[in-house]
Write a protein that binds this ligand. Structure first.
Ligand SMILES: [Mg+2]
Length: 341
């Protein structure tokens, strides 16, 4: 059997079935980060690799941005647990003819975002490789009651997102269509959203501190895919209201000019690294006020239901199944996003 026949998630299930937990393992495989009991606080542990030709194409993205993004996506996974990122180790694979100045630039980007979010790089490894590979492993921490899981959603919860979606997809579109007419400030804004996402660490820590917040994940694969992760892990169904999905205004403009559906970018584009979470209805006021105080919006986009399945509710009230998102090795479920880190 070939890997593409079972896909990324099938392979993970196969490799990890029967893997031991227990001891200090509070939550093992299956969320944005592992959760480990370290006594007075919980330790979070995550890792993510980016590979040239799979996640990015160096014709379109600078090595400095690759360094930035490889660290930023790991920080986002700690935010997705409600945690504060702390220490990282970084492994890079480099072709023999890679320029030293490019290695400098890559680390400049990586160190910049690490410093912005209080992450200290404490070690790593360098190896020769046929293409550029960057792998970050990152620790974080939360108070014992400050962690949130994908599996926490409860029927009746309101589904919310921070910020707006589709900006990264807009940047990816502009990156691949350099001649597309677009005002320079909008182009810069969308390219930055794609290349230098700002992980929602402050918002994640706020959400972890509020008991009315139940389920939590970051939007890496796209709202459509990531709400399915919450639904599956929580054993619930979800309705997402198409008209309520907050589309990044600059992306909406570009999508309309390009004849694309902006909501598709927001639902399926991915890589916005906003937070997606579910909230007890009575706690909405408190939660949106707390998020506003740390500079993040709280946008209700749907509702958690009894049962199973995720549905997009169209303006006239009809339902369509909401599936999709990126999956490695998959010929059926995956889609090629060109320069996806
Ligand atoms: Mg994630």
């Amino acid at each position: 059997m070939k890997i593409h026949e079972i896909g990324e998630f099938g392979l993970i299930a196969r490799l990890t079935s029967g893997m031991e937990t227990g001891g200090g393992v509070v939550k093992g495989i299956g969320d944005d980060a592992a959760v480990l009991d370290s006594g007075e606080f919980l330790l979070l542990f995550t890792t993510d690799a980016v590979v040239e030709g799979v996640h990015f194409d160096r014709r379109y993205i600078t090595v400095e941005d690759i360094g930035y993004k490889s660290m930023a996506v790991n920080i986002s996974d700690i935010a997705a647990m409600g945690g504060k990122p702390t220490y990282a180790v970084v492994t890079v694979g480099l072709p023999d003819d890679f320029d030293v100045e490019d290695a400098d630039a890559m680390y400049r980007g990586l160190r910049q975002v690490a410093a912005n979010y209080g992450v200290v790089v404490v070690g790593g490894d360098i190896t020769s490789a046929p293409v550029l590979i960057v792998n970050v492993a990152l620790l974080g921490e939360t108070a014992p009651d400050g962690v949130r899981y994908r599996s926490g959603a409860q029927p009746g919860d309101i589904i919310c997102v921070t910020g707006s979606l589709g900006g990264s997809a807009g940047g990816l579109f502009l990156q691949g269509n350099e001649e597309f007419p677009c005002p320079e400030p909008l182009r810069d804004l969308l390219l930055k959203k794609h290349r230098r996402p700002e992980p929602r660490v402050a918002a994640g820590m706020v959400l972890g501190g509020l008991s009315g917040v139940h389920g939590l994940i970051d939007i890496s694969d796209g709202l459509a895919s990531d709400i399915n992760h919450i639904a599956l892990a929580s054993g619930v169904g979800c309705h997402i209201y198409k008209a309520a999905v907050p589309v990044e205004p600059a992306a909406e403009l570009v999508a309309r000019r390009a004849g694309k559906d902006p909501v598709d970018w927001a639902l399926y584009g991915g890589e916005d690294y906003e937070l997606l979470f579910t909230v007890a209805p009575g706690a909405m006021g408190e939660i949106s006020a707390a998020l506003l105080a740390c500079g993040a919006d709280c946008r209700p986009v749907g509702r958690v239901l009894d049962g199973e399945g995720v549905w997009l509710v169209l303006a006239e009230g009809s339902l369509t199944a909401l599936t999709g998102g990126y999956q490695h090795f998959s010929s059926a479920g995956g889609k090629d996003r060109g320069s996806r880190p």
